[in-house]
Design a protein around this ligand. Structure first.
Ligand SMILES: O=C(O)c1ccccc1N[C@@H]1O[C@H](COP(=O)(O)O)[C@@H](O)[C@H]1O
Length: 212
């Protein structure tokens, strides 16, 4: 029996989805950030989403989205959850949650204790929190950089919302990350790829097995 729920993020091909589902992923992320090597458009996402069985959540990853983009995504593809990976304020998170009636996972990038404290700002407006590494200075992407943060920053912290750990997680380090943080949900994008945007079935299987 699995103890840890795994999200695999940035799927772009039907065969990758089949492999992720087969390996036991509970969440699949579709990336709508145009600069990402994992980008999909809403139409492509709708086709891919048709391959996802019930019980596996289809998550739309967006960065500081306006309503027009969200209207297009939600109106085109059967999305189960919205992942907000930008600088969305608590007010904007609440607005998006109310407008679409979908669960919202707000991402907070962490590099130090002040960032960890920011997680509390979202406890009344989001459904889940995703704790990611803060993007390195000058990085083109706000996430998906394969960089971990100091996991001990989360030790002794408790939140009322369900939360997920991300940031540079790989088959080699995910068990340690879980042990140090107590995470029961983990997310990976680049850590299970053979090249940027190309998910590797063996790495996805190894990641989910190592997460336990
Ligand atoms: O993966 C991307 O390209 C991406 C682009 C823009 C925002 C977020 C992105 N990915 C998310 O970042 C984290 C960590 O990724 P990694 O495992 O370090 O590669 C994860 O939540 C992805 O969903």
């Amino acid at each position: 029996m699995k103890r840890t729920s795994v999200k695999i993020c940035g799927l772009t091909q039907a065969d990758q989805i089949a492999a992720a589902v087969e390996a036991g992923a509970r969440y699949l992320g579709f990336n709508f950030f145009p600069k990402s090597p994992r980008y999909v458009d809403p139409e492509t996402c709708a086709h891919l989403a048709a391959e996802v069985p019930p019980g596996v959540a289809k998550v739309a990853l967006v960065v500081n989205p306006d309503d027009a983009l969200l209207d297009e995504i939600i109106g085109t593809a059967p999305i189960d959850m919205i992942q907000l990976h930008g600088q969305e304020s608590p007010e904007r998170v609440a607005e998006i949650r109310a407008r679409y009636g979908l669960p919202v996972m707000k991402v907070v990038g962490v590099a130090g204790p002040d960032d960890v404290a920011k997680l509390d700002d979202y406890s009344d407006v989001a459904d889940q929190i995703l704790v990611d590494a803060k993007a390195p200075k000058g990085a083109e992407l706000p996430g998906g950089n394969g960089v971990p943060f100091d996991w001990t920053l989360l030790q002794g912290r408790h939140w009322t919302l369900p939360w997920m750990l991300a940031g540079g997680l790989t088959p080699a380090n995910v068990a340690l990350a879980i042990r140090l943080t107590g995470a029961r949900q983990v997310d990976t994008a680049s850590g299970v790829e053979s090249a940027p945007g190309v998910k590797d079935p063996d790495l996805m299987r190894a990641f989910i097995e190592a997460a336990g």
